[in-house]
Design a binder for this molecule. Structure first.
Ligand code: HEM
Length: 147
């Protein structure tokens, strides 16, 4: 590459370097939500507590009657960890495939979100942190709810 000889040339070169390097750097280091949530230990507890509440929740408990709850807890924990920027890789099936046969409606979706909120309250996660996780889940409503 030709060395820039004027001010504008240097500025352009610096900008190009910043534009290519910064997004990669941001992706690598933004685990702040994962850390705010309390990392894998707290996430594991939050997901376990959510599923205990869901199994006692008359609005949705029947949905889980044929489900391996241990496997489900592991997969949702993995997913929340990855979504929040933590060092996990979701190993389950695509959301659409998994949920389409369940014919879920918005009421059931909201019920599970409420159970998740109650579980996060129990682990003393501040509401602004809760809302950041919920905001990442909200777009999935379109995929999960089919009825
Ligand atoms: C954003 C919302 C949701 C997320 C992130 C989510 C996440 C997941 C994940 C990761 C799995 C495991 C995938 C796999 O088996 O490979 C799963 C399965 C399942 N989810 Fe959801 N889910 C959501 C909403 C719901 C709702 C609202 C219900 C019911 C009220 C529900 C009921 C189920 C059931 C019953 C299974 C297990 C299906 C089976 O046994 O094969 N999910 N979900």
């Amino acid at each position: 590459m030709k060395t820039p000889t004027n001010k504008a040339g240097w500025l352009a070169a610096v900008l190009v370097i910043l534009m290519t390097a910064l997004p990669v750097q941001a992706q690598k280091t933004d685990d702040s939500l994962y850390r705010d949530l309390g990392g894998l230990e707290v996430l594991t507890k939050v997901v376990d507590d959510t599923l205990v509440l869901a199994l006692a929740d008359v609005r949705i408990k029947d949905t889980f009657k044929d489900t391996d709850m241990k496997r489900l807890a592991k997969l949702i924990t993995e997913q929340f960890c990855e979504l929040s920027g933590g060092p996990c890789k979701y190993s389950g099936d695509p959301m659409k495939e998994v949920h389409q046969g369940l014919a879920l409606n918005n009421m059931q979706f909201n019920a599970l979100v409420e159970d998740l909120q109650a579980a996060m309250d129990k682990s003393n996660i501040p509401s602004r942190t809760q809302n950041k996780l919920l905001a990442l889940l909200a777009p999935m409503q379109r995929t999960v709810v089919t009825k």
